[in-house]
Write a protein that binds this ligand. Structure first.
Ligand code: SAM
Length: 246
C-alpha cells in the first residue's frame, strides 16, 4: 500500500503543522477563527516540552515526522535522535538541521496556494541532533538507552503497536520518562483491528506498561492540521507521561 507520509501533500501539510507561525496557519483573510483553534497551534513543540525541565543526556523522538519535536527536545537533551519511517520527512528534517529553508505550498482554496518557507527559529544552539529513517516496529538494536522517549501520534499509525510497547522498557534508563500522545483514532488503514485495544487506549497502555513504568500524569493536548483555509483537522491527543521503574 502507498505510504501517504511520502506524498508531497502531506510533506507540505506537516511543514506547516511543525514550522508555520500562527499567522501563517490562521492567516487574516477575512475568516474569523475561534480562539480554541488558535490555542491548538504549536502541538509538536508543546508535547516535547511535557517532560520535566531538567537537563538530561539522551532523548529519542519516535515518529518525528519533519522534526519540530526533536528540535524542541534538544533544548534539554545533550543528544537527540529523531526517527521516522518516511524518507521525505527525514530528508526535510535533515535539511532544516543543516540550516536550509524549505519552500512549501499552503493550500488556501482547493485550487489556490501560497508559497511559504519552513526554517528553524531556535534560541539555543543545535548540536548532537541526528535524524534517521527507521521503523518503530523494528528499531535497531544498538540505539542504546534514553532519558526521554517521545512518541506523539504514532501508536495508532503502526500496523502492530504492541511491538513498540514491548520495546519501550529496554529503551528507557531507570527513572527515564516516556511521553505517549495519541488521538486514539484506530483505523484499519493503518492498524488491523486485531491489534486495536479491546477497551480504552489508556487502559491498554496501563496493561502493557505497568510492570516497567509508573504513570506520572495524563492530560489532553489539542492539535490543528490545516488542509485549506476553511478545512482543518482539530483533534485532541491523550498524553500520558510514564516513568521507568528502577
Ligand atoms: C500522525 S504523524 C505524527 C508525526 C509527529 N509525531 C507529530 O506529532 O506531528 C505519524 C508519523 O509516524 C510516522 N510513522 C508511521 N509508521 C511508522 C513506523 N513504522 N516507524 C516510524 N515512524 C512511522 C509517519 O511517517 C508520520 O511521520
Amino acid at each position: 500500500m502507498e505510504n501517504i507520509y511520502e506524498s508531497s501533500r502531506l510533506l507540505d501539510e506537516y511543514l506547516l503543522f511543525h514550522y508555520g507561525s500562527l499567522d501563517e496557519a490562521l492567516s487574516d483573510n477575512g475568516i474569523s477563527y475561534p480562539l480554541s483553534m488558535k490555542e491548538a497551534w504549536g502541538f509538536p513543540s508543546r508535547t516535547a516540552r511535557g517532560f520535566s525541565k531538567s537537563k538530561v543526556d539522551r532523548g529519542l523522538d519516535l515518529g518525528c515526522s519533519v522534526g519540530a519535536s526533536t528540535f524542541a527536545m534538544a533544548e534539554n537533551c545533550r543528544e537527540v535522535i529523531g526517527i521516522d519511517y518516511s524518507h521525505s520527512f527525514i530528508a526535510a528534517a535533515e535539511r532544516l538541521r543543516n540550516g536550509h529553508q524549505i519552500p512549501y505550498q499552503r493550500i488556501d482554496e482547493g485550487h489556490v496556494t501560497t508559497l511559504l518557507h519552513a526554517s528553524l527559529k531556535l534560541d539555543f544552539e543545535i548540536k548532537n541532533i541526528i535524524f534517521e529513517q527507521g521503523d518503530a516496529h523494528h528499531l535497531r538494536e544498538d540505539l542504546g538507552t534514553f532519558d526521554r522517549v517521545h512518541a506523539a501520534n504514532l501508536l495508532c499509525r503502526l500496523s502492530n503497536p504492541n511491538l513498540l510497547l514491548e520495546r519501550f522498557p529496554s529503551l528507557l534508563r531507570d527513572g527515564g520518562e516516556l511521553l505517549i500522545a495519541t488521538p486514539c483514532t484506530w483505523l484499519e488503514n493503518f492498524t488491523p483491528s486485531i491489534h486495536w485495544p479491546s477497551g480504552s487506549t489508556l487502559d491498554w497502555l496501563k496493561s502493557h506498561l505497568w510492570k516497567s513504568f509508573d504513570l506520572a500524569r495524563t492530560w489532553d493536548e489539542p492539535f490543528l492540521i490545516r488542509e485549506t483555509a476553511r478545512k482543518f483537522q482539530w483533534s485532541t491527543s491523550q498524553v500520558s507521561l510514564w516513568r521507568r521503574k528502577a
